[in-house]
Design a protein around this ligand. Sequence first.
Ligand code: SF4
Length: 171
Amino acid sequence: MEKLLVSSCLMGCKVRYNGSDLPMSQADFGWLAEHFELVSFCPEVAGGLPTPRPPAEIDVGAGSDVLSGGSRVIGNDGVDVSEAFINGAHLALQVCQAHNIRFAMLTESSPSCGSATIYDGSFGGIKKQGQGVAAALLVQHGIHVFSQETFNDFKVLMENNYPKLSGVECV
Ligand code: SF4
């Protein structure tokens, strides 16, 4: 069965900065679990950060800028946590490469896992377009990243392109 990397907090693990989770709907989770072997991963915890931890945002730019050293991830306590974010991103990539993972379902708007939006660095609750650090690294290496907000796009893509997922017997 194909493996899918999933943000740990989407799977109900209480690993978010405030010690909470962000579980997917039962229906969406059930569909994923039926069709994929789910590999739970939290880049921030893997990168060495504790839970709970201060919320963090990318100061300018997006995840790719952090990876190239042009931007930083800063906690709301002023601490630069870029190194932990970058380490966690590389560990996520290692997991994907070790398991031949081609697709990931990551939490939208996270400074690690966001795939379409992130917060703008002001800690004012303002989102902008951009990817988090781990999502950016996975995309750079050809992994297709979706989120709980693009779940239906992912489901349609899978059902249209992978007959086994839509119940068609291939002989
Ligand atoms: Fe969830 Fe990703 Fe944040 Fe970990 S880094 S808590 S998996 S959004």
